[in-house]
Design a protein around this ligand. Structure first.
Ligand code: C5P
Length: 234
């Protein structure tokens, strides 16, 4: 899979999701779709099967974090759903990440891509020190998690586009950076604090951008998606 735009389908029902995706039915290239916890917990695995059946690739953003055996078994279930990318928390440790890879790998040796969440962007230096007793600089912690994920055999990380270059420098060009926090130059930032345009994310080396509201809340979502694709992939 090459560089691509992933549309975050942050809807709470199948109905809302399909009425959104129907707008793209005329496109030859069906958008790569991200399904998060809200939609998955509302609609269950059928939502993944149906979106796949319609020809979309899927990033299933469920951020698993549990003991290795439980994550291994859960990943085996997600692998059978034929998601293209799944994820977990690097904080679950190397043992959990390796178990996840084992669970994901099908009998024929194929598997979805597996990427790690490092420190959530909602965690700042203060809350990390106070609540997690981690006293290193947060940038160092993020890079350490990325390198640990790489060493465990994972395919990449979710990170800010501002971190993409550092992650590639530390983990290699082939280690995927999947980056949310994307806005058009003239767009509303909403609750995102550190944002980048699709063109700048391309220049800095992001492999995939995850774009939600700039597409889902646009007056013309298809035009907004095509603009993202043009800026990021052309
Ligand atoms: O609407 P917006 O473009 O801000 O959506 C970005 C998507 O990426 C959302 O689904 C959000 O949960 C997700 N995300 C994020 N920042 C992270 C991790 C995930 O915005 N650090």
């Amino acid at each position: 899979m090459g560089r691509d735009v992933i549309v975050a389908c942050d809807f709470s029902s199948a109905e809302a999701t399909f009425s959104f995706l129907d707008k793209f039915s005329g496109l030859e290239k069906k958008p790569f779709v991200k399904i998060g916890m809200e939609l998955y917990y509302a609609e269950g695995p059928d939502i993944v099967r149906e979106i796949k059946r319609r020809g979309h690739k899927i990033f299933l953003d469920l951020k698993l974090h549990d003991i290795p055996n439980t994550v291994k078994k859960a990943m085996a279930v997600l692998s059978r759903l034929d998601a293209d990318i799944v994820n977990l928390h690097a904080a679950g440790t190397t043992a959990m990440m390796k178990a996840a890879l084992e669970g994901l790998t099908r009998e024929d040796g194929t598997r979805p891509l597996l990427i790690a969440v490092t420190q959530l962007t909602s965690t700042d230096q203060e809350s990390m020190e106070r609540d997690l007793l981690i006293e290193k600089p947060i940038d160092e912690v993020v890079m350490h998690y990325a390198v640990t994920a790489k060493n465990a055999g994972l395919d990449g990380v979710v990170c800010s586009p501002l971190e993409a270059r550092k992650v590639h420098d530390a983990c290699g060009a082939g280690f995927l950076t999947v980056t949310p926090g994307i806005r058009f130059a003239e767009g509303e930032k909403g609750d995102q604090k550190r944002v980048m345009t699709p063109a700048d994310a391309k220049a800095i080396g992001s492999d995939y951008i995850v774009v939600g509201r700039p597409i889902t809340a646009a007056a013309d979502p298809v035009a907004a998606y095509e603009r993202c694709l043009r800026e990021f992939t052309d």
